[in-house]
Design a binder for this molecule. Sequence first.
Ligand SMILES: [Zn+2]
Length: 393
Amino acid sequence: MALPPLVEPAAELSVEEIRRYSRHLIIPDVGMDGQKRLKNAKVLAVGAGGLGSPTLLYLAAAGVGTLGIIDFDTVDESNLQRQIIHGVSDIGTPKAESAARSIAEVNPLVNVVIHNTALDRDNVKEIFSQYDLIVDGTDNFATRYMVNDAAVLLGKPYVWGSIYRFDGQASVFWEEHGPCYRCLYPEPPPPGMVPSCAEGGVLGVLCASIGSIQVNEAIKLITGIGEPLVGRLMVYDALEMEYRKIKVRKDPNCALCGDNPTVTDLLEDYEDFCGAVSDEAQEAVTGSTITARELKEWQDSGKDVFLVDVREPAEWEINRIPGAILIPKGDILSGAALAQFPQDRQIVLHCKSGVRSAEALAALKAAGFKDAVHVQGGIVSWVSTVDPSQPTY
Ligand SMILES: [Zn+2]
């Protein structure tokens, strides 16, 4: 599906610009008109890290007139294996400033806007509204969902990319013309299931492979040429050297862009939505975690299990694991419900995805219930592996 150009053309190119961009100008599909659109374009890169590095350099070289950079981090030596916009002399410098210096060296005609801050729910809409297009190179699920939600709420297209070890993905999400990120991934993965690049590593050059797809799509959207990756997911396997395109449809049940949306504004807390766990909770679950299948085996074998659902009453109404009683997490953390826990039975906690039960487990263990365990992946895992007849939410 070809789409009209996202950006109106600038009035004219200077002699210097005509000289600089001559290899674009002689491509009939780009030409003077396309280059003027690039000049007029305002593109925001979310993150000046692995994906942001090649993205920003090539967008600058291509002649995108205004480039915004949002990043709150500083350059670290371990970044240099892949974040090629930064150098040794930039270590310790804010990434946004370091990236701006490199861009000025590549193309001083680009107007660079530095947002040396963390993107959050209070600034994301205001910052996004200053740009035609967003290029998302974030490395965590909380920011990823926030970028998607803000883009959909503002009606902005964005080019998404993600990388891990030897695998990369890229797509264009534009609610007006296709699916959003939530249509593809309605829920974040359970915490701990998908390690970050910091935990699992990433092949440095993978950033260039996926970043170049992102720039390619950005240029196509701005100039209105070719077939943008709207409604299609590009999946790249560097070891097999294989690119696959997968169709992604708009989900009528999408919580954000579906027929009956339940998400109508930014979430209060994306970290919470994505289940970032505290250090205490992380420590508590180590060696004290069972799977939903193991819970089922315990129950079937007649083991004396004291199963506690730590979710909220509204969630308890939607689905429940047979044999469970409801004690919301807050009552365990406050200590109010501790008297209800037996000393002589096997305590098993569960919640929706395993985050809240991990926190509750930390509180229980601190109160002396050393043998208590929790269910990995919570009732979501129970429904998917043990009892698919139950509804999910
Ligand atoms: Zn959607």
